[in-house]
Write a protein that binds this ligand. Structure first.
Ligand SMILES: O=C(O)CCC(=O)C(=O)O
Ligand SMILES: [Fe+2]
Length: 288
């Protein structure tokens, strides 16, 4: 089965509609390949210093380099790309807010076998989220071309609606082939996994994932990005990183201070948890 793909002119609503229907969307050539080349150049010392994975799931011929907000200015822009934030906001539109979940370059070396097909939301201790209640919307940006031969991510279209804990064989999956600069979107419930790299070149993808703000983040942004650097970043990025209250009250600092105020050393007298009535009204409205 040929996978659907959208042109770079797609808007967030188009992308969110495809994700809702199929559990994934491929948008071709969202940025010029040079943008991701620049990210790679900024990250090069870290990519070179990253060891191979310690187990089969991480990949023993695969290097996973994170901390991308701290390490690459270009990655800060990619994380905040308007098409992505717009689409993620709609896919996760049933919650008060979403947050950055992890940032990671996944560089799959030649000879790496295929990764086990999985759901990313299994990271939440295999909690059985209700079918249709998405907790993650994820992206993989192709830093190199993604091909069947070099380990393009394998997906099972429509599987975000399947039962939990299923197993799949390689031929039940489809390779998300796409040229460099394209983005694969997929929900936390979509069954997928990295493909086998049967080529003689490294396949690189930039995995940036987003989750509902009431769950714990996979990559700890507070420790991955030193506070001195964090203080120089724009508020919008910091809020996405988790310097914000999740939902209504989660993550406040000492005397009910906002995390962003705490980071910036702002002292306010009108501190409080926020407006519970407004939060409740929002939830009632969403419920219908
Ligand atoms: O690199 C890829 O294509 C996918 C990797 C993946 O799904 C994972 O590590 O969870
Ligand atoms: Fe995954």
């Amino acid at each position: 089965m040929a996978l659907e793909r959208l042109p770079s002119s797609a808007n967030p609503a188009d992308v969110a509609a495809a994700i809702g229907r199929d559990g994934y969307a491929i948008v071709e050539r969202v940025v010029a390949p040079e943008v991701l080349d620049r990210a790679r150049a900024e990250l090069q010392p870290h990519l070179d210093a990253t060891p191979f994975g310690p187990d089969d799931f991480a990949g023993r011929r695969t290097r996973r380099t994170g901390g991308l907000i701290a390490r690459s200015a270009t990655c800060r822009d990619i994380v905040m790309h308007p098409l992505v934030l717009g689409a993620v906001g709609q896919v996760l539109g049933h919650v008060t807010s979403f947050q950055l979940h992890l940032t990671q370059v996944i560089a799959i070396g030649p000879g790496e076998p295929a990764q086990t097909i999985h759901r990313d939301q299994w990271a939440f201790d295999f909690f059985p989220f209700p079918k249709g209640y998405e907790v993650q919307c994820n992206t993989i940006w192709a830093m190199t071309d993604f091909t069947d031969a070099n380990g393009a991510t394998r997906i099972v279209p429509g599987s975000h609606r399947f039962e939990d804990r299923r197993e799949f064989t390689y031929d039940q999956t489809e390779p998300a082939e796409m040229p460099a600069g394209s983005v694969l979107f997929y929900t936390g419930a979509l069954y997928h996994g990295a493909g086998a790299n049967r080529s003689d070149r490294v396949r690189s993808g930039l995995n940036v994932t987003y989750s509902v703000s009431w769950l714990r983040q996979e990559e700890n942004q507070y420790l991955s990005v030193p506070a001195e650097l964090a203080r120089t970043l724009p508020d919008e990025l910091l809020r996405l990183m988790g310097y914000a209250r999740g939902a209504y009250a989660l993550g406040y600092v000492d005397d009910l201070r906002d995390p962003l105020d705490a980071l910036r050393g702002v002292v306010k007298n009108d501190i409080g948890l926020g407006d519970l009535d407004a939060a409740t009204a929002r939830v009632r409205q969403r419920a219908g």
